[in-house]
Design a binder for this molecule. Structure first.
Ligand code: 5RP
Length: 293
């Protein structure tokens, strides 16, 4: 406890030394509140500005997806290799050990499933996200979806407002319906709409050609989803191209947990994202780790 008497006089004022004022390493987020920056700094490595997020929220629309039937057996061993985990609140409470100490990108919106029309979604309460210590709130945004486009943008807007009250950033996830093409024109529009509405980070798909134009025109960081399972070398190639073209990381699910050896695959993805490994070298690492175990 501070004493009322006998204290040393304050004398180290650093007169003449300007107070340091650091910039912020993630684009488009220099002027957000301290709590949001702190949470983003847990998700993205402040040195590289990159992240490897592990997505396993698929069950909320798809049920027991291949590789996610027993998440306690398949996902828990991958968590130590992820910079951030993206999952539902159900999965979090049911299988993620609270001792994992990983930032959580919480699937914050929910609604219809693959059995009906996707993207008819509502959000949970912000108190629940705070209770779960979420580091980011993930919202599906269905730009171009005739039925639910405006609803999902409303959901995004509401979430950004609610999250800001508690210093929690929002991830805009560009949903792609069956009728929409994953080209640069569409993805460029969808990512920009999310950013203009205030999303702090955007998750979208890699596309060819012109992914670098999507990144350039998106004023906040982009992470890519992996999409459907590809052969491991192709998935590493996709991650490499995305990073090379300016993505700030990956938020991959199926291409990790459906790989022949998921623990080796997530380490190979890390080598691409954090160590700038070429796809072939990362694939060699994958083979070596796979054979070792
Ligand atoms: C859809 C999602 C998934 O988390 C996303 O698609 C990532 O998974 P994958 O790499 O398997 O595409 O946002 O709800």
């Amino acid at each position: 406890m501070a004493e009322a008497t006998g204290n040393q006089d304050a004398k180290d004022y650093g007169i003449g030394i300007p107070q340091k004022s650091e910039g912020y390493f993630l684009k488009g987020n220099a002027h957000v509140d301290w709590g949001i920056k702190d949470r983003l700094s847990r998700i993205f490595n402040p040195k590289s500005g990159r992240t490897v997020m592990l997505a396993f929220d698929h069950g909320y629309i798809m049920g027991p997806t291949s590789g996610l039937e027993r998440m306690d057996l398949t996902i828990v061993p991958l968590i130590p290799y992820a910079d951030c985990i993206m999952c539902t609140r159900g999965a979090l409470r049911q299988i993620v050990p609270p001792t994992s100490n990983k930032p959580i990108s919480l699937r914050y919106s929910a609604g219809s499933t693959v059995l009906t029309d996707l993207n008819d979604e509502c959000v949970m309460s912000i108190e629940e996200a705070v209770r779960l210590n979420a580091s980011m709130l993930a919202i599906m945004v269905a730009i171009g979806c005739k039925k639910f486009e405006a609803d999902t943008v409303r959901t995004l807007t509401k979430t950004i407002d609610e999250g800001a009250r508690f210093g929690i950033p929002t991830l805009g996830v560009t949903a792609v319906g069956k009728e929409l093409v994953r080209d640069a024109r569409y993805l460029g529009l969808a990512t920009r709409v999310c950013a203009e509405n205030g999303a702090h980070v955007i998750k979208t798909y890699h596309c060819k050609p012109d992914f670098e134009k999507i990144v350039a025109a998106c004023p906040v960081p982009i992470v890519i989803a992996g999409g459907k399972k590809l052969p491991e070398l192709e998935a590493l190639q996709m991650a490499y191209e995305a990073i090379d073209q300016g993505a700030a990381g990956v938020d991959m699910g199926r291409n990790v947990f459906q790989a022949e050896h998921p623990v080796a695959m997530i380490q190979a993805v890390r080598a691409v994202v954090h160590d700038n490994k070429k796809p072939k070298d990362a694939f060699d690492l994958y083979q070596t780790l796979k054979n070792k175990s």
